[in-house]
Design a protein around this ligand. Structure first.
Ligand code: HEC
Ligand SMILES: [Cu+2]
Length: 414
């Protein structure tokens, strides 16, 4: 016992003087100061990030920190439990570190007592984490089961088809107008739902895995080929809510965005009624709009796009649509009321629509819509006609009123 540390032995042998030892202590101190100086900006940055997150929680339309449904609230509550449990663990660990550093600091040159195993400690660090895990697991499991049963009981169905790289939206209980008897109201990238409806989304894919995520309204749910997944929520606050694909699905994955538009029931009903009107084209007969009345250049588009009320309904839709080649694109009924072009990549304005038609594949890399302008199949004149025609695809009385982003004050009269 009483063995000396090797360093000490050699120091003593070399006859290191007091002055040198003092100098060494000083440089140690300086080094510690330096470390602190380096850590300070990092701590400052962390504080700023925390403040920004806390401050913007309510204003961020994408934010999962400002839930707008009871479902998103449930998820937020789980995060609260996890956050506070983690805080307790963090403080406990930091306190233990400080205690151990002070209590067992190096006091002399004696070798510390060498131990192996300590039943009390080992029980403690097995039981405490088990308790922490239970505190997280029990409420999580409850929420999972509650949400799963809510999916079975919801009564307003919306079918969501994940495409590359856009979303097809069908309302299985709202019939289409002049389409075949088994056709439903079909739209893309903007999901209108009535305020307060108990909505279940039936999600399907025939290509790759996507994930449906509207942070303010619900958690994520994967859309898996060959397996229907469901997701339910009930949105009581009118507004527009951002959504996006949350599972990498190919070249334009980052531009596979959508919106959920929660609107008062009368506004939703007006939107449905407008969808059932034939598009306004010159010389249209009162009930159907003959495709012969659309701009001639639109003929090639009808291979992939439908417009409700016209008599050309050849484009494929739903699960059988062959996404990777000819035959499938968004239903363009009421396109004039959509906010965006190409699943969120461009704002829907006449100039941007022109850009979309002339530079499709440059605007959205990997897109499955051919560039007919580059191929010379449509020229400036046809582009102008198409832009004009598509812009007119909206209700005679104008589009439904705008909803505030992220769910703000309910629209007057709702
Ligand atoms: C081979 C199939 C195909 C043909 C033909 C086609 N498109 Fe498309 N179109 C698509 C696909 C697929 C998308 C979705 C692109 C995306 O967002 O990734 C699309 C998207 C669009 C959009 C944006 C819709 C929205 O809501 O975001 C418009 C507008 C459009 N096409 C117009 C046309 C016009 C006009 C023509 C004829 C000149 C045409 N398309 C021909 C497949 C096609
Ligand atoms: Cu994706």
């Amino acid at each position: 016992m009483g063995r000396r540390a090797p360093g000490q032995v050699s120091d003593a042998a070399a006859g290191v003087g007091d002055a040198e030892q003092a100098a060494r202590r000083l440089t140690g101190l300086a080094r510690r100061r330096q470390g602190l100086a380096r850590a300070l900006p990092l701590l400052g940055m962390a504080a700023v990030v925390a403040l920004v997150l806390a401050g913007c929680g309510g204003a961020q339309p994408y934010s999962t920190l400002s839930p707008k449904t009871s479902k998103a609230d449930d998820i937020q509550n789980l995060y609260r439990i996890i956050f506070w449990a983690a805080t307790v663990v963090f403080i406990g660990v930091q306190a233990a570190i400080v205690y151990i550093i002070l209590r067992f600091r190096r006091r002399n040159e004696d070798r510390p007592e060498q131990i192996h195993g300590n039943r009390r400690l080992e029980l403690a660090w097995t039981i405490i984490p088990a308790v922490v895990l239970l505190v997280i697991f029990i409420p999580t499991a409850q929420v999972i089961y509650n949400h799963a049963s809510a999916e079975e009981n919801a009564d307003f169905s919306v079918d969501v088809y994940g495409k590359q790289w856009w979303w097809e939206i069908q309302y299985p209980n709202i019939p289409g107008s002049k389409e075949g008897p088994d056709e439903h109201l079909t739209t893309a990238n903007e999901i209108h739902i009535p305020q307060g409806a108990d909505v279940v989304f039936n999600m399907r894919s025939n290509n790759v895995i996507h994930s449906f995520w509207v942070p303010q309204l619900s958690g994520k749910k994967d859309i898996i080929p060959g397996h229907d997944n469901k997701l339910q929520f009930k949105a009581d606050t009118p507004g527009e809510y951002f959504g996006e694909c949350a599972e990498f699905c190919g070249a334009a994955h980052a531009w596979m965005r959508f919106r959920v538009i929660v609107e008062p029931k009368p506004v939703f009903d007006a939107w449905v009624a407008a969808w059932h009107q034939p598009p306004p084209v010159p010389d249209a007969n009162p009930t159907t709009a003959d495709v012969n009345d659309t701009p001639p250049a639109f003929g090639v588009c009808l291979v992939c796009h439908r417009v409700s009320g016209t008599n050309a309904q050849i484009a494929q839709q739903g699960i059988n649509a062959n996404v990777e080649s000819i035959g499938a694109g968004p239903n363009l009924t009421m396109f004039g009321c959509r906010h965006t072009i190409g699943a969120g990549i461009l704002e829907n304005t006449p100039e941007n629509l022109k850009t979309w038609l002339e530079h499709t594949d440059q605007v959205k890399e990997g897109v499955y819509m051919p560039n007919y302008y580059k191929a010379g199949q449509i020229k400036d004149q046809q582009v102008a006609e198409l832009v004009d025609y598509l812009g007119k695809l909206k209700p005679a009385g104008g589009c439904p009123p705008e909803q505030p982003f992220g769910g703000g004050t309910p629209v007057a009269g709702s």
